[in-house]
Design a protein around this ligand. Structure first.
Ligand code: GZL
Length: 336
């Protein structure tokens, strides 16, 4: 929604100066996008989704800032968009808090904000949020593990977690959901350290785990695929086997293409998707606002739970039966 002043000027120009062509640029919608960074395959897909949808050919002028996992840089990017007087601001918040001041500045400037993926937990001064239920992802991983362990006759679960960026809603939700299930069933949660959603972080934490907890663990939970890739390297180097029929049940989140390839290869035992392709849903929100409508405050993405046939088990989340997707070459081909 171009601000009323712009609309009035455009209308007056069209009425009073018919000779002056009202430039086509009036139809262009300008968007500022402050992205978390470039830490994972998931992030790459998320960025591509926005750049593909909000392209010049589609009538947008996208100002994209990769904030490199730096909270201060992200606030600075949002303020630069206010200076540029864009029509909309999209934020994927690196962490969930510290947002009310800058969102108030956006509101004062009359620029609607759309939050994608991670949540902002200390302000509601945005038009809509489009993303995933991270706690549900954690609950799904936990309840699947319970059903799978029962089927395998594994009674004792000793769990190491490599968590995502501390304070991000993805980390908070996945930890909350999984740990709630672990407590319900009395599992031994040995340790939880952050790998910051990166492959290097996952490898470093897993190297430390292999030294500190040698022979004490049979489950490793990585809060994204890139951490799992790093953890696998560390376990290979330490002689720890993982995947179906091996020492360690390896659980991951995101289910990016490379993650599903590791499921197919019998390395990751189960992968819990977080859908990065939010941009089409964000565009829908923008169209509603342009049309003077009020969008839904929360738009949830559809996610799937993946495993190989033998690792597919029936399980429920809060009494709701969950369907798992068997990983095949076709499923991998179609993934993001
Ligand atoms: C989750 C997203 C997380 C992914 C990671 O929605 O914010 O950040 O799980 C990414 O891969 O780094």
């Amino acid at each position: 929604m171009r601000k009323l002043s712009a609309i009035i000027v455009t209308a007056l120009a069209a009425a009073l100066l018919p000779a002056m062509a009202v430039s086509a640029s009036d139809d262009v919608i300008s968007i500022g996008f402050a992205q978390v960074g470039h830490e994972s395959d998931w992030r790459t897909a998320s960025t591509k989704s926005c750049q593909d949808v909000f392209s010049a050919e589609n009538g947008y002028d996208l100002s994209f800032v990769d904030c490199d996992n730096d909270e201060a840089a992200q606030k600075e990017a949002v303020r630069s968009f206010i200076e540029q007087d864009v029509d909309y601001i999209i934020i994927d918040p690196i962490i969930a808090t510290g947002w009310d001041t800058v969102l108030t500045e956006c509101e004062d400037a009359g620029i609607p904000v759309i939050v994608i993926d991670r949540t902002i937990d200390d302000s509601d001064k945005y038009a809509a949020w489009v993303g995933s239920n991270f706690k549900t992802e954690g609950l799904a991983a936990g309840e699947w593990l319970k059903a799978y362990a029962d089927k395998q006759g594994i009674e004792e679960l000793n769990v190491l977690t490599i968590s995502g960026s501390t304070g991000s809603s993805a980390q908070i939700g996945r930890s909350e959901g999984f740990n709630e299930v672990a407590e319900k069933y009395g599992w031994n949660l040995i340790d939880e350290q952050t790998g910051d959603f990166t492959e290097a972080g996952g490898q470093e934490v897993m190297e430390n785990y292999c030294k500190s907890y040698e022979g004490q663990f049979n489950v490793v939970v990585c809060q994204n695929d890139n951490e799992a890739f790093g953890a696998m390297t560390a376990m290979d180097n330490a002689g720890v086997t993982y995947g179906p029929g091996n020492d360690v049940i390896l659980i991951s989140y995101d289910a990016c293409t490379a993650g599903l390839e590791d499921v197919k290869a019998g390395k990751i035992t189960a992968d819990f998707e977080c859908n990065p392709l939010a941009a089409p849903f964000v565009e829908e929100v923008i169209k509603q606002i342009e049309a003077g409508e009020t969008p839904e405050k929360e738009v949830y993405m559809v996610e799937h739970w993946y495993a190989l046939e033998d690792q597919v088990v029936d399980f429920e989340i809060d009494g709701v039966a969950q369907e798992m997707t068997v990983v095949t070459d076709e499923v991998i081909e179609a993934q993001y």
